[in-house]
Design a protein around this ligand. Structure first.
Ligand SMILES: *Cc1c(COP(=O)(O)O)cnc(C)c1O
Length: 383
């Protein structure tokens, strides 16, 4: 099996696994315990927090460990919207249709169940939120804007420093979901200028089921897990010590090896994009042609059932992904792809090919030799 689905998840780096293992059995203490075993675990969590804060250029106490990227997004959006409304009454939330469901569904729930007002930001044809679009949408009653750093489905990178600056001068909070971005982009929160930033371990060779939220000092959040007061009272629950340690090491390695990893995947990605568009009729790149994640190629093919294409690729030995939620019998095109304005006959035929540290030119060539015939076959089956 050739794996081209690194945007869905990545394998745990062996070096990451090695630093995690002692904390399952030898040093299994509860960080809240007073005895030495507990203290050892607490020290390890403190060191992990410091490691993360070094990469993010923030203070350790501005990092909240969570159970995943989704939870970090939930804590950021719901926590900030609730706290801010309680403090000063603002009710408007700004976000975009291209956001991961962890953000968009949370925003919709805040609107539907909690009386917030939600406005979807305009995007350009590549799915990017422009500074003009945010400027146009902000008003005196805006509480928070949430715009992802890089899109998981279409790879587009948003201009976060510019957007965060607009939020800052208008006195609104700014959150960015950097879960997909952190594998390849600089997550220096000083440079980005954000108040809140979400991360998830398994997108950069860390374990699944662990994430973190950066919370700028002074940003008030409603506690989202109440209990024993862990994570500065914002996210109670005994910390997942080995996973937090793995998360921090994976993030450190991602930052340290960012340039090398980028240099490795980018030419392969460019080759895929060039060849696919050249050899497959009625194909289009989705997302931005330049301002996109270096490991990310995404397409739509006209009159193709994307799920069928994925199954055919799977049988041929390639693990790829599409945007569409797989519903047997009645496939629904992805909201992200349709929000870009693609009609149904294009939007249903989406394909995402994402590369990683183990991807090779041979794998890419083999893929490029296989794909055109499969697209043609899928088209025949649909017509
Ligand atoms: C994967 C992903 C998430 C969810 O992270 P989990 O750790 O899987 O919960 C959120 N946002 C984006 C952009 C992602 O790519």
């Amino acid at each position: 099996m050739i794996y081209f689905d690194y945007a869905a998840t990545t394998p745990v780096d062996q070096r990451v696994l090695n630093v995690m293992l002692p904390y399952f059995r030898e040093s299994f203490g509860n960080p809240s315990s007073v005895h030495r075993l507990g203290q050892k675990a607490e020290t390890a969590v403190d060191q992990a927090r410091e490691k993360v804060s070094t990469v993010l250029h923030c203070k350790p106490e501005e990092i909240i460990f969570t159970s995943c990227g989704t939870e970090a997004d939930n804590l950021a959006l719901r926590g900030a919207a609730m706290a801010r409304r309680a403090a000063s009454g603002e009710k408007w939330i700004l976000t975009a249709r291209t956001e991961h469901h962890a953000v968009s569904k949370t925003a919709e729930q805040l609107e539907k169940e909690y009386g917030f007002l939600l406005e979807w930001l305009d995007m350009d044809q590549y799915g990017a939120v422009t500074p003009e679009s945010l400027s146009k949408a902000v008003c005196n009653h805006t509480s928070i804007a949430s715009v992802m750093y890089a899109n998981n489905e279409i790879g587009t990178i948003n201009p976060i420093p510019e957007l965060a600056e607009i939020a800052r001068v208008n006195n609104i909070l700014f959150h960015t979901d950097a879960v997909q971005a952190a594998a390849y982009l600089d997550v220096n929160v000083e440079k980005l200028g954000v108040d809140l930033l979400s991360l998830g371990g398994h997108k950069f060779y860390g374990p699944k089921g662990v994430g973190a939220l950066y919370v700028r000092k002074g940003t008030k959040l409603l506690e989202h897990m109440t209990g024993g007061g862990q994570e500065f009272g914002l996210r109670a629950g005994t910390q997942n010590v080995p996973y937090i340690i793995g998360f921090a090491e994976a993030l450190r390695l991602a930052a340290e090896e960012r340039e090398n990893r980028t240099t490795h995947v980018k030419p392969l990605r460019d080759h895929i994009i060039g060849k696919v568009l050249e050899t497959i009729p009625d194909s289009q790149l989705t997302g931005h042609p330049k301002s996109r994640l270096p490991n990310h190629a995404s397409f739509v093919f006209k009159d193709v059932d994307g799920n069928l294409l994925l199954q055919m690729l799977d049988s041929a030995g390639f693990a790829c992904s599409s945007g569409s939620a797989c519903k047997t019998g009645n496939p629904e095109p992805s909201e992200v792809i349709t929000s870009l304005g693609y009609s149904r006959d294009w939007a249903l035929g989406s394909l995402r090919v994402t590369l990683g540290v183990d991807s090779t030119p041979e794998q890419v060539d083999s893929f490029l030799n296989t794909l055109p015939a499969l697209v043609e076959k899928a088209r025949k089956l649909r017509n």
